[in-house]
Design a protein around this ligand. Sequence first.
Ligand SMILES: Cc1cc2nc3c(=O)[nH]c(=O)nc-3n(C[C@H](O)[C@H](O)[C@H](O)COP(=O)(O)OP(=O)(O)OC[C@H]3O[C@@H](n4cnc5c(N)ncnc54)[C@H](O)[C@@H]3O)c2cc1C
Length: 380
Amino acid sequence: MKLPAVTRRLCLKTMATASIAATVSACTASISRMRDYERPLSRKPFLAPRISADRVVREVVGLRPYRPSGFVVKAEKMHDKTVIHNYGHGGGGITLSWGSSALAVRETLGMEHRRAAVVGGGIMGLTTARLLQDAGWTVTIYTRNVARHSTSNIAGGQWAPTSVFEEGVATPAFEAQFKWAARIAHHAYTNLGGPDYGVRWIENYYLGLQPFEFSYYLRELPELFASVADLEPGEHPFPVPYVRRTVTMLIEPATFLRRVTEDYFQAGGNFVVRDFADRTDVLSLPEPVIFNCTGLGAAQLFGDTELTPVKGQLLFLPPDLDVDYLTVGGGEGLLYMFPRSDALVLGGTFGIGDGTTHADPAESRRILSGHEKLFADFRA
Ligand SMILES: Cc1cc2nc3c(=O)[nH]c(=O)nc-3n(C[C@H](O)[C@H](O)[C@H](O)COP(=O)(O)OP(=O)(O)OC[C@H]3O[C@@H](n4cnc5c(N)ncnc54)[C@H](O)[C@@H]3O)c2cc1C
């Protein structure tokens, strides 16, 4: 087996200073500990992320804009304006952004106007604005918070259309719209791969203590995921009985939002920072067409009583750049580890109906100790 460069260097350095016989046996032990698991994307051995309390540099909380019946994309005539809604994407707004925004922009077909207001500067507002610009519109984004202060900038960034609606509550018409949006968004992100937009492919490992159900998106959209397999013990380093693997994209929200904002400026867009009090306030905008991309804000602005906050809490550790896979599950409650280049992100929580924005210390402890235990027992 080929040793990774770091291990090779360590062995050589030690050999120069200690007894050769003792070092050879230590290196042999380290060789036998590095297992050569078959991997679909990476050609390196698995390395466990370095996780400990003293490495936690930040705790963040975001509120997902969730609707059990699914997100809203529709046009409404209000006085002399057309309002096109694009909000309520729950835990999958980063994933669905380009697709849902394409649905929203499709609502303008046949219009003669070419001047729009986009209310909301998160991922839905930015992608809607960019698609409008590409179609020749002049766009102004009005927003209370620019992207880096939005929920979109809190997201973990896994490309997975999950936690967006409740099966059995959403209608078949919504599901068709959802799948269309997911396919378009997937296509758009694959066009933007690479560090410039913060989009890369990565192996995902779902770790179960119980057998898995096939999640909706793997069942209904299998063509969007590569190398899907259930792994046998011995085919992976994770200390759990059930492991499902997929290969999909990881989007780094901070990089992505910054880059799309640059594109928006380059295409002539501008921002107005403004906090709207209610629908009348929104309808006072001068533009004839108004896109409502306000996420949870749509509850207050447009009286959507189905919109529910779903609290998500994450821990940020300094990035661990040698970790080249992400994990979901593997312990008590919701756990996930995303090795982004700006941070090693540990999640998470999914507090339905919880609109509080403080980090819960008990949840932070659970997330940390769950991951410490998972990777302490890792079989690299
Ligand atoms: C912890 C966590 C992890 C997540 N992980 C993922 C993931 O891995 N993958 C994924 O796809 N999704 C993930 N999500 C979900 C994703 O973040 C959301 O679905 C997405 O950010 C919603 O985008 P948005 O643009 O609709 O809303 P927001 O980002 O909230 O943007 C709404 C905008 O509207 C503005 N606004 C609201 N009200 C008003 C008002 N009254 N006046 C003026 N402006 C207003 C806000 O200032 C903001 O700019 C996660 C979310 C959380 C919290």
